[in-house]
Design a binder for this molecule. Structure first.
Ligand SMILES: N[C@@H](CCC(=O)N[C@@H](CS)C(=O)NCC(=O)O)C(=O)O
Length: 201
């Protein structure tokens, strides 16, 4: 059986759990407590070369890291990735944009808030939010004119991009500025097999 190394709060791990559930693939979880530094454990680093979750251990013992790579591996040949080469590349385009422009500016202020250090980190948060709001503005513009990120239906792009975007409010982002994004994250969460972020497991 596939083994997912994850954490309760990580939006990157959440992406993988949603896809595994939507594909109906059984898996077992090994949950790390990142606040306790468990990702830095030497044994875990044997499995995850960047000392981060998610990491997906395959049945043959090989391990994949980086959420986008894991998603692409799992979604290969399924309805989540269009067959048309241009549309397929468009999915990749959104995955790269999420990683380069959205993920860190959203995730880092969220971690500061969840760990109760937001007041001390106010300057850092403001800097991240400047970048994050610039990227969210581009996403909002796209979604003002499109129902889904790629083509006419839900794809891996919607799954991957929506996770951290839907958590941005936890990092102090004012999401009322982004009505098209909010409508889209609701549409995404209504997809069959979608699962909520873990809380306390
Ligand atoms: N680009 C990576 C980012 C992974 C990442 O940042 N993981 C965080 C949790 S969301 C982590 O494991 N951090 C290690 C730590 O906090 O010690 C991905 O998409 O998988």
């Amino acid at each position: 059986m596939l083994r997912l190394y994850d954490s309760r709060f990580s939006g990157n791990c959440w992406k993988v759990r949603i896809l595994l559930n939507q594909l109906g693939i059984p898996f077992e979880r090994v949950t790390l407590d990142l606040a306790k530094g468990e990702a830095a454990d030497a044994a875990f680093q044997q499995k995850s070369r960047f000392a981060r979750v998610p990491a997906l251990e395959l049945e043959d013992g090989r391990t994949l890291v980086e959420s986008a790579a894991i998603l692409l591996y799992l979604a290969e040949g399924t309805r989540f990735i269009p067959e048309d080469p241009f549309l397929r590349a468009e999915v990749l385009s959104w995955l790269f944009f999420e990683q380069a422009d959205l993920q860190k500016p959203i995730a880092t202020p969220r971690v500061f808030h969840l760990r109760g250090v937001a007041a001390d980190k106010a300057e850092d948060i403001a800097r991240f939010q400047k970048d994050g709001n610039a990227a969210l503005g581009k996403l909002e513009q796209w979604l003002g004119e499109h129902t889904w990120l790629v083509g006419e239906r839900y794809t891996l792009a919607d799954l991957a991009v929506s996770c951290y975007v839907s958590l941005a409010g936890q990092g102090g982002y004012d999401m009322a500025r982004y009505p098209a994004i909010q409508a889209w994250t609701s549409r995404v969460s209504e997809q069959p097999g979608w699962v909520a972020l873990l809380n306390g497991e």
